[in-house]
Design a binder for this molecule. Sequence first.
Ligand code: PMV
Length: 322
Amino acid sequence: MKATAIAHPNIALVKYWGKADVDTNLPAVGSISITLDSLTTTTRVDFDSGHDRDELILDGAPASEQRAKRVRFCLDLFRRLRPDLPPAVVESENSFPTAAGLASSASGFAALVTAVNAVLDEPLEVNELVEISRRCSGSSPRSLFGGFVELALDGDSTAVRPILNRRDWPLDVVIAVTSKTAKKVGSTDGMELTRRTSPFYESWVEKSSYDLALARGAIASRDFEALAVVSEASCLAMHAVAMAARPGLMYWNGTTVECLHRVRALREEGEPVFFTIDAGPQLKAICQPGASDRVASALAEVPGVIEIVRCGLGDGARVVEG
Ligand code: PMV
């Protein structure tokens, strides 16, 4: 009972921010993302280890208790459906820094549920994997699929569907890493603070279905300019609603803001590029492939940028070895 799976992080263009139910980690809004290619989480599960509890080895060393607990929670969700699953040793490696705000929890849980499913005599259905991974990290079910992916609300559960293959619109992503310090307020706490205290929270939730519709249309017609407008709007609205919480959440640093202005200036000069920023200080520039060299050099020159990471669009989570 051993399997290995890989998965890649995804970046939301229409953002998820806010939970309808904290206990079941149900998002308050749907979201649309792109799955990346070159950043990879590789996760191996071994249910034959003979250990008496689940163990997590992360990047070659025993993981913190907090991380191990999240993995045990995930395995226990499988055990509700497959009670005979013995304790596992889970070994997970990221080809990128875990705490650098590059969505390692999304690729981590997508790889984990895919690997666990591969050892089951009766594998779970995709929608069951979506629900399990979503309970562990709201953005992770999107990494089960490649290309452009929508996570839609469906009553008190969620459904995830690929909306466009990566080969049908091969965009590039240039990530400007501006800090490697772990963020002070994680996404769950940030979302809850925003829901409880931000005066703009209800309008954020209401406006989200409009942005989802615009993004779906832009992706269906491969309209880069329309996707740029809705993605930047969704990102800025997410940060605005979070900044208006009490105390206000500020995930950006000065370099993030400089990068944002640089991307806007490039677009005004005619480069097909737009930005998005998650709950951290890294700026992600999405561009048409012909523009990515110029975008990467321009962002590398912004004072304070420590590293440039470049990706294309990638495939969903998959088993790589039995
Ligand atoms: O999956 P979580 O709980 O880490 O939340 C992700 C939240 C954002 O990255 C800020 C937005 C998104 O939709 O990915």
